[in-house]
Design a binder for this molecule. Structure first.
Ligand SMILES: *Cc1c(COP(=O)(O)O)cnc(C)c1O
Length: 360
């Protein structure tokens, strides 16, 4: 008799992360390699976060505070929101799995975009729920199409605003119109991992007031992007007390480690670091737009720290060629790639190598 695995796993494959910098150096015998593949913060993180970690190194033998009490209080104060409406997780990846465990049953329908954050579909399928895919229009969420996809079997809708990997956004007005039309028994997960990078005024910069009006919304935020703490795995989620207390039933008892908790508290206070990152990102984005225009390459307008660009050649080939030259990006379907916005030196190097690869 062979081992039987859950049938839900049959159509899933393990996540394929980009190659780490050191692997690429070794493989191609390169001295300098830059990674513009995972939307990480090229400035690192706040020095205050590093200091906080150093001060916590004598606590490694102890289990972390399973309730994340101090971090929750810091968030509560900053966001002006009750601690009972906040929950921490080991990155948002973990939260997406916790949401799936909290809500999904076999045969539930779960609505999502076709080109969006990949964990939405894998975690949905893992639980045996059925993904209902609504194509983007002009690389942007088709909220009307998502409403039209609702049936009596719909359990949850995943929204990513602005969207990874396309970088596009929908407006506050569009979000509110959408929420007004979604029945209250259907959960709307609103992932704003890139909120702090948005430049447009019509973006719902502060989504928290929506919690008062819509008991079915769940807002996701992370310390992995603008805060630059991706290695530590820490994200936060806001929803009604009822939803939060149910997610707490499926959460592991010590899911966020001590170093992540202290670093996140320190990072929250460092507004200067966020501002520096934001400004560098705007400068890099404008530079890359200009260069793409010169090269006549199409791209989606980005409100994030990455750009979705059509390189007029198979994205995977371009990825391999760039990697040989010490630049790691992320290939997407067809002729598209996603490049994270780096420091100006990194952006220039990327463009130089891209020109070489494309023979332009
Ligand atoms: C990076 C990202 C996250 C955050 O992931 P973590 O697990 O917190 O590192 C969540 N959603 C989207 C859309 C992202 O791009």
């Amino acid at each position: 008799m062979s081992i039987q695995f859950r049938e839900e796993l049959a159509n899933l494959s393990p996540y394929k992360p980009g190659k780490p910098i050191d692997d690429v150096k070794r493989e191609y015998g390169l001295q300098d390699v830059i990674k513009l593949a995972s939307n990480e913060n090229p400035l690192g993180c706040s020095p205050k976060a590093i200091e906080a970690i150093k001060n916590a190194l004598d606590k490694l033998a102890l289990y972390p505070d399973g309730n994340c009490t101090l971090l929750k209080e810091a968030l509560s104060k900053k966001l002006n929101l009750s601690v009972n409406k906040i929950i921490l997780s080991s990155g948002l990846d973990e939260m997406m799995d916790l949401l799936a465990k909290t809500f999904f049953k076999k045969d539930n329908e779960v609505i999502m975009a076709d080109v969006t954050f990949p964990r939405y579909i894998s975690t949905t399928m893992m639980m045996g729920a059925k993904p209902v895919i609504v194509p983007l229009v002009d690389w942007t969420y088709d909220l009307k199409g998502m409403l039209d996809a609702i049936t009596e079997k719909t359990k949850l809708i995943w929204l990513c605003n602005p969207n990874n990997p396309t970088g596009t956004m929908f407006t506050k007005r569009e979000l509110v119109d959408f929420l007004d039309k979604v029945p209250e028994n259907i959960i709307v997960v609103y992932d704003e991992a890139y909120n702090e990078f948005v430049t447009r005024d019509d973006y719902p910069r502060n989504s928290l007031p929506l919690l008062d009006k819509y008991p079915n919304i769940i807002i996701l935020k992370t310390f992995s992007k603008i805060y630059g703490l991706a290695a530590l795995r820490v994200g936060y989620t806001m929803a009604s007390e009822e939803i939060i207390s149910n997610i707490n039933k499926v959460r592991g008892p010590f899911n966020v480690n001590t170093l992540a908790q202290v670093a996140a508290i320190a990072a929250l206070e460092d507004e200067d670091f966020l501002k520096k990152t934001y400004e560098m990102n705007v400068e890099g984005k404008n530079y890359l737009y200009e260069e793409f225009n010169k090269l006549n390459l199409k791209y989606a307008p980005s409100e994030t720290n990455h750009i979705f660009v059509n390189v007029e050649r198979n994205g995977n080939e371009v990825f391999v060629e760039l990697q040989k030259r010490g630049v790691i990006i992320r290939p997407m379907a067809g002729d598209w790639i996603r490049v994270s916005i780096g420091t100006m030196d990194e952006n220039r190097l990327f463009i130089e190598k891209l020109i070489e690869v494309l023979g332009k």
